[in-house]
Design a binder for this molecule. Structure first.
Ligand code: COA
Length: 260
């Protein structure tokens, strides 16, 4: 598939999706959101993709937010639709993807950019990264899940302060908040993400898919996460990966998971 605003490349089990509008600090316009949806969908279907990494092109930004020029003249109805469509196509979509998604936060992750990073399964940042939800400085609130995912990741008090001040935090602060898992140099960001992806790929993709479902269930209204865990746990016993994993352990050899 060919894209105008993003790049997607698959190598050694990893699909790297790069948001490629460096002149606009990779701001998410409508077309970019649609292309990201298509690329994530494609990668999730692809048998050769075990892990997805999403990053921004250039040295300055992961994503500097939703494209402000596209919504400056919106009314109440348009605004609601923008948020709903974005969440459906990208943010909730990524959060619920069965393939692990790592955000490689290589610079500014603001507004929709931080919301995209937070929708990913976890985040690694370069030491120049700056993160924040500046929406109230524009007279709106985060609309791509930021008011929900930020408190889940950093706690209510820190999220309230970040949202109300519209300020930015640096990568080390983000790490101390638990917003990113690791901080490294910009040069080593992708290789660190690939190293972590390598560790993920050694494990059963079927079990990982079940684990994502169970963890996410904790954050869904009206869903009992413990029940989802019990169901997913039980289902694992019917998979070829489980047979291989346990047999390999007992035979004292490395498991070769068929991914079924
Ligand atoms: N939407 C649309 N365009 C954006 C953008 C966004 N969210 N963020 C940056 N850009 C564009 C700028 O308009 C500029 O375009 P131009 O060269 O055609 O004028 C280009 O990207 C470079 O940005 P610039 O502001 O010149 O870079 P900077 O280094 O001076 O500042 C930021 C960097 C991130 C501090 C600043 O761009 C910014 O505050 N962006 C908006 C962040 C935001 O509020 N995001 C939440 C949106 S809901």
């Amino acid at each position: 598939m060919s894209y105008q605003n993003i790049l997607s490349a698959t190598k050694d089990g990893i699909t790297t999706i790069t948001i490629n509008r460096p002149n606009k600090l990779n701001a998410l316009n409508k077309d970019t959101i649609q292309e990201l949806h298509d690329a994530f969908k494609e990668a999730n279907k692809d048998k050769n993709t075990k892990v997805i990494i999403v990053t921004g092109s250039g040295e300055k930004a992961f994503v500097a937010g939703a494209d402000i020029s596209e919504f400056a003249d919106f009314n109440v109805e348009n605004g609601g639709k923008l948020a709903a469509k974005g969440q459906e196509l990208l943010f909730d979509y990524v959060a619920n993807l069965s393939t692990p998604v790592i955000a490689a936060v290589n610079g500014f992750a603001l507004g929709g950019g931080l919301e995209l990073a937070m929708a990913c399964h976890f985040r690694v940042a370069s030491d120049n990264a700056k993160m924040g939800l500046p929406e109230v400085s524009l007279g709106v609130i985060p609309g791509y899940g930021g008011t929900q995912r930020l408190p889940q990741l950093v706690g209510k008090g820190r999220a309230m302060e970040m949202i109300m001040t519209a300020g930015m935090i640096d990568a080390e602060t983000a790490k101390s908040y638990g917003l990113v898992n690791h901080v490294t140099t910009q040069e080593e960001l992708l290789s660190l993400c690939e190293k972590i992806a390598g560790k993920i790929m050694r494990n059963s993709s079927v079990a990982i898919k079940a684990a994502i479902k169970a963890v996410n269930a904790n954050y869904k209204d009206g869903v009992n996460g413990f029940e989802v865990e019990i169901k997913q746990f039980g289902k694992c016993f019917g998979t070829e990966d489980f047979t291989e994993g346990t047999t390999a352990f007992l035979e004292k050899r490395k498991a070769e998971f068929p991914g079924k």
